[in-house]
Design a protein around this ligand. Sequence first.
Ligand code: ATP
Length: 190
Amino acid sequence: MKVGLFFGSFNPIHTGHLIIANYMATQTDLDCVWLVVSPQNPLKNKASLAGDYDRLTMVRLAIDDNPALQASDIEFGLPKPSYTIDTLTYLQEKHPTYEFALIMGGDNIATLHKWKNYEQILNNYEIYVYQRPEYDLGELAEHKNVHVYEAPLMQISATYIRKCLREGKSIKYLVSDKVMEEIMAGHLYQ
Ligand code: ATP
């Protein structure tokens, strides 16, 4: 089974993330996509970051009707901050029969050369990149393990959603209905 890993803080998960995750799970040779929720970094106490389990719950709620998508809390139990290569190595040991691949935006592939052990990542894992119009992909996009896709994009960010919530504005359609209900019930970001 070929599993695409889509990492994020998902603070909160929004329609832009869901479009990419579903596109990669259904329009490439990936069998499924795991949305890997990044835990709080104890060195960066970011006030606007909702709790790890609140963000995990929102991811689960957002995708519970989509069998091709799964939420992962794997990084919650790993040393923090978590580096992608360490998470990949751990996952590969835990699931030796699965083939793991990374999903990232054009913004991330352009700076991949700054990641810990990026050459090991590139040489051992396939990378599924979706173009972002405002970013050049850079030369690593030419690597044989990098596949570039033109996925539909929504120009929204979690930062914008949190701003709307602080200002008492509607976030309908920016997040799924169940995620919106969870945010309202938990008074998150308000
Ligand atoms: P924030 O605004 O809080 O920085 P975000 O909306 O960028 O958050 P992340 O959890 O950081 O969300 O996103 C996870 C991954 O999804 C990142 O690699 C990010 O670049 C990408 N991403 C975020 N928003 C979009 C979007 N609208 N379309 C496609 N990819 C996105």
